[in-house]
Design a protein around this ligand. Structure first.
Ligand SMILES: *Cc1c(COP(=O)(O)O)cnc(C)c1O
Length: 402
């Protein structure tokens, strides 16, 4: 007999409860905290059992490249919070992006992507796919006419990030999904900046959502991980076999770390977003700052779309220091709490200079098209006291100006 606890459908629970209880698989020991199954393989009672498992006639684990109980708990919990039918975990966010795209295409297909991409995503779209005979077109993601013009009869899928890195532009996910669907193509959305809590791409019409779990999902700067979320048929047709046979599997240890992090994700992300909104206002009021880009502010170029598509301005912001690269460097070097790092979504606040780090590889005209100037800094707001952060940023800005 199953207990009332076990028979409760997790879909009837609200998000915070799903993130604490969803997907748990308890061993015979009845542990409260989810177990870490550091095992490569599994024993079968009999040869007949092995035969049935391999045939798919009996549920159960076969090999940890395919699936593992700890990884399965993480996948189930992610599917529950995203509202997706299926999820597959990967070793990193880039493994998720690569599989979500490569798993769908073959030579002769065409892929459209928004130009403002995380550097490695740009490599996959611009360099890697064309090497295998998949043509790609990059568009200005906020311009729907460019999406319409880019779509061709052989367009198979499209890829975008919103808000974008590092200038926090907002792309209209529902409108882009409509354009792709009308052409018989799919849309993959990298939802890292918005987090699973503030934006729901599947509900907006996307076919597949990917995360770097390395960011807010871990949220404490420890492990790499990624996840792909979509309908059962999308995963079965495009992702399942690709991942099993090529092997970018999430390690059980990393899955366990990420699984436990999901329990506190809503608390962390809400606190970080609240803080980010106040930090953005404080930066905008400082005379050494010429521009603040934060999706939750009314002066954001797409404030209305941001409000419609996201339930919060998020934890990320960008700002321009008057005085260009020298002033931006002086400012960041004078910080005493905020760390200099290209990582994001961490409990620790982190600042980076996109022109000389994450976007260094781009040509100057590409950077200009993306609005990445020499004075631009990107800030990931952490869990420190908001007043301490504002004090630190303002004293550093005073030094940059002085
Ligand atoms: C970090 C990041 C990735 C890549 O994730 P890894 O876990 O570092 O492989 C992809 N997209 C976005 C938007 C990211 O911020």
């Amino acid at each position: 007999m199953t207990s009332p606890r076990e028979s409760r459908d997790p879909k009837t629970l609200r998000p915070a409860t799903r993130l604490v209880h969803g997907g748990s698989l308890r061993s015979s020991f009845g542990e409260t905290s989810e177990a870490l199954f550091l095992t490569q393989g599994y024993l079968y009672e009999t040869m007949e059992t092995a035969e049935k498992r391999f045939k798919g006639d009996e549920p159960g684990f076969i090999y940890s490249r395919f699936s593992n109980p700890t990884v399965a708990m993480f996948e189930k919990r992610m599917a529950l919070i995203e509202g997706a039918e299926a999820a597959r975990a990967t070793a990193s966010g880039m493994a998720a992006v690569t599989a979500a795209l490569m798993g769908q295409v073959k030579a002769g297909d065409h892929v459209v992507a928004a130009r403002a991409l995380f550097g490695s995503c740009l490599y996959v779209v611009e360099d890697l796919l064309p090497r295998f005979g998949v043509e790609t077109t990059l568009v200005e993601g906020t311009d729907l006419d460019q999406w319409r013009a880019a779509v061709r009869p052989n367009t198979k899928t499209a890829f975008l990030e919103s808000p974008t890195n590092p200038t926090l532009e907002i792309i209209d996910i529902a409108a882009v999904a409509d354009i792709l669907h009308a052409a018989g193509a799919t849309l993959v959305v990298d939802n890292v900046f918005a987090t699973p809590l503030h934006q729901h791409p599947l509900a907006l019409g996307a076919d597949c959502v990917v995360y770097s779990a390395t960011k807010h999902i871990d949220g404490q700067g420890r492990v790499l991980g990624g996840v792909i979320l979509a309908s059962e048929p999308f995963i079965a047709d495009n992702i399942h076999n690709f991942l099993r046979q090529t092997g970018p599997s999430l390690s059980p240890f990393n899955a366990w770390t990420l699984l436990k992090s999901l329990e506190t994700l809503p608390l962390r992300v809400a606190a970080q977003a609240r803080s980010a909104a106040r930090v953005a206002d404080a930066l905008a009021a400082h005379p050494a700052v010429s521009r603040v880009l934060y999706p939750g502010r009314d002066d954001h170029p797409q404030a209305a779309l941001a409000k419609a598509q996201m339930s919060s301005g998020g934890t990320m912001l960008a700002f321009e220091v008057a005085g260009g690269k020298d002033a931006a460097f002086r400012m960041a070097n004078a910080l005493t709490i905020v760390g200099i790092s290209n990582n994001l979504g961490d409990a620790k606040s982190l600042i980076t200079h996109p022109e000389t780090t994450t976007h260094q590889r781009l040509k100057p005209e590409q950077r200009a098209a993306l609005g990445i100037g020499p004075g631009l800094l990107r800030l990931s707001v952490g869990l420190e006291d908001t007043e301490d952060l504002i004090d630190d940023l303002c004293q550093a800005l005073d030094k940059a100006a002085g």
